[in-house]
Design a protein around this ligand. Sequence first.
Ligand SMILES: CC(C)=CCC/C(C)=C/CC/C(C)=C/COP(=O)(O)OP(=O)(O)O
Length: 269
Amino acid sequence: MEKQIRSGASQLIEGFCSFLRKCIYSIISIGPIPKHIAFIMDGNRRYAKCHNLEEGSGHRAGFSALTKMLKYCYELNVKCITIYAFSIDNFKRRPEEVQSTMNLIQEKIESLIEEEGIVNHYGVKVNFIGDLSLLTEPVKLAAERAMIATSCNSRAVLSICIAYTSTNEIVRAVEKSCIAKRDGEFSSSIDVADVDRRMYMAVADDPDIIIRTSGETRLSNFLMWQSAYTLLYSPRVLWPDIGFWHLASSIMDFQRNFAYLEKKRRQSL
Ligand SMILES: CC(C)=CCC/C(C)=C/CC/C(C)=C/COP(=O)(O)OP(=O)(O)O
């Protein structure tokens, strides 16, 4: 009986929160809605430490926070989300830590594409961005399966940067441009557009907002080529504690700066 009352109460609270969110969405939607938001999910290990949990539980809490944020973004009609899941530099962490994070990532990739999961619910196409050859075989296979399983989805896009750094992406794109020029694909000198179209991230427009939690204002080698006119938003919370209000205030910040950022973007063309 007590259990039923508790589940009834939590359904009521969830229903009320969902109603409140919808009210806020209609207010926010009066202004421009970002097309692309990127997340640097910083602070999972610190969260685990603060709550006396094992490191892995911090990343698990981080993944729950990620599904919540994806739901809010897709509800708000933000079409494109990019996340920094694992950088090339993260491979320098303790081998056991790298292995357990990879195991978790593999498990979560599989759960992302489950029938009743968020990806199918919102019709999301999943891309994996980075040097996938650095991944363990099971993670690489899970990533490939997820890309194939979602390749026909077209309502939204989720790009998961894994084994990724901007410098690696830029060097690779420049190398590919040089090879294309050498092979006679074009005769003019290499320009920004040539490199741009050979970036992993050519699958999406540049991000409108990058949200990095834990109060850090560095990009840490994430989307550096793509973020010249991007608003950087750095709430002080650790990633697992990020909530709807952080997303809403980042969008309001974007809307306040929209005209200026658009002008700068246009001037650069
Ligand atoms: C399928 C899929 C997308 C899975 C994602 C799983 C996930 C949440 C990975 C995050 C990994 C990571 C390196 C987080 C940064 O926190 P940190 O370890 O740098 O923590 P710290 O800043 O407290 O040191």
